[in-house]
Write a protein that binds this ligand. Structure first.
Ligand SMILES: *Cc1c(COP(=O)(O)O)cnc(C)c1O
Length: 398
């Protein structure tokens, strides 16, 4: 028999995926921990607190019922979709058809990742904010699309300038990703921006995919809008929602796509060929979480707001001015003069054993920032501030 070795050369679409930029920080984190160092991790965007008990109880009960052990329906339980529709109407005053405008997901990331595959032809351009949650770009590459970056600048409140897209790019564009409240910048979009985006998208035949993973995590009485509150948005947009951050359920994998029914149908078609639904017990626990609504997550938002105040005021006390985030558990921190994002992150790690995420990992316009995630108890945040104070005297500039 002739021998022909398998080629492990990655396919072109995998080669296009951006390199993982946090390798160096991760490697040093593991090394320092192995040396017994007390590393404070402000890097991960994953809530530290447990899922509320009543949701765990609902899961345990549902898990005992053999009805829930079999393949789930592709489109999710009707009662879950109906409960989400009620939650959505109460929260945003928008009525959704639970059967055609709502699709449960195995976490919103799953839906976001499958959207370009459901909607783009190879070569189509997708407009992606820079900096952004890395999945948008990767998902476009995996679908054979071409990401085109739209800068999010502090001087423009981290909103993209849609009119700046060149006609030659615009012509090939079919999809625009938005994410408000925003990871990593913590920006919130005002109604005028959403109105402008919808009018612009309708004028150019572009679908908006708005990622609302942090819609409930806003501070100082601010309430985030749904893009679907804007007149006409349903013709041109889908929005992604998630129970992950709102209810401390990141590991459970449950989210929703809502909005344009054609897109919901296309996304459902891709999904029905790939997965076989969400574990039904998780669907029922998610339904229970939604029924409880604000009462379940208001205390969590208060906790994040207290942590935010502690951290930002603490940095201010050191003469390091960081804008107060209006939403999310992230602080988007301008890097002091004389450092790159990567240099500051490595310095904090080496000299204070504090992990932050270098902003350039989220896109070229993230350079000049680091992201700190307040998913740690107040004592740990205080300890981080003490360590920063110790090394801060060496810093100059801002
Ligand atoms: C965490 C996060 C998600 C993913 O949420 P899941 O529902 O757990 O998949 C989506 N978008 C952004 C911006 C996030 O930060």
């Amino acid at each position: 028999m002739r021998h022909k070795p398998v080629s492990f050369e990655p396919p072109e679409r995998l080669k296009k995926l951006p390199p993982y930029l946090f390798v160096e920080v991760d490697r040093r984190k593991r090394e320092l921990r192995a040396q017994g160092k007390d590393v404070i991790d402000l890097g991960v965007g994953d809530p530290d607190l447990p899922t509320p008990d009543f949701i765990i109880e609902a899961l345990a009960e549902a898990a005992r019922d053999p009805k829930n052990h079999r393949y789930a329906l592709d489109q999710g339980l009707p009662e879950l979709r109906e409960t989400f529709a009620r939650w959505f109407e109460e929260r945003f005053r928008v009525q959704l058809d639970p059967h055609e405008e709502i699709l449960p997901l195995i976490g919103s990331k799953e839906g976001i990742a499958h959207l370009p595959l459901s909607f783009l032809n190879p070569g189509d351009v997708a407009l992606v904010p820079d900096p952004c949650y890395p999945v948008y770009k990767s998902a476009v590459h995996l679908a054979g699309g071409v990401p085109h970056l739209l800068p999010l600048l502090g001087s423009a409140d981290f909103l993209p300038d849609l009119d700046s897209v060149e006609p030659s790019i615009l012509e090939k564009s079919r999809l625009l990703f938005l994410n408000y409240p925003n990871n990593p910048t913590a920006a919130v979009a005002p109604r005028e921006f959403f109105e402008k985006a919808v009018a612009w998208a309708r004028g150019h035949g572009i679908l908006i995919a708005q990622d609302a993973a942090y819609s409930e995590m806003t501070f100082d009485g601010e309430r985030a809008l749904s893009l679907l509150e804007i007149e006409g948005a349903r013709e041109t947009a889908v929005e992604f929602h998630s129970l992950s951050k709102t209810y401390n359920m990141t590991g459970w994998r449950i989210g929703f796509a809502v909005g344009n029914r054609e897109v919901i149908r296309l996304l459902g078609k891709v999904k029905s060929n790939i997965d076989s639904g969400i574990f039904q017990a998780v669907q029922l626990a998610g339904k229970r979480a939604l029924e409880e609504g604000r009462a379940a997550y208001e205390p969590l938002v208060k906790i994040y707001q207290k942590r935010r105040n502690l951290f930002i005021r603490g940095l201010e006390g050191l003469g390091w001015n960081v804008p107060l985030p209006k939403a999310t558990f992230y602080c988007w921190i301008p890097v002091p003069a004389g450092y790159t994002s990567q240099e500051l992150a490595m310095k904090l790690l080496e000299e204070a054993q504090i992990i932050v995420t270098p902003g350039n990992g989220f896109g070229p316009n993230g350079e000049g920032y680091v992201r700190a995630s307040l998913t740690l108890r107040e004592e740990r945040i205080q300890e981080a501030l003490r360590r920063i104070e110790k090394i801060h005297t060496h810093w100059h500039g801002k």
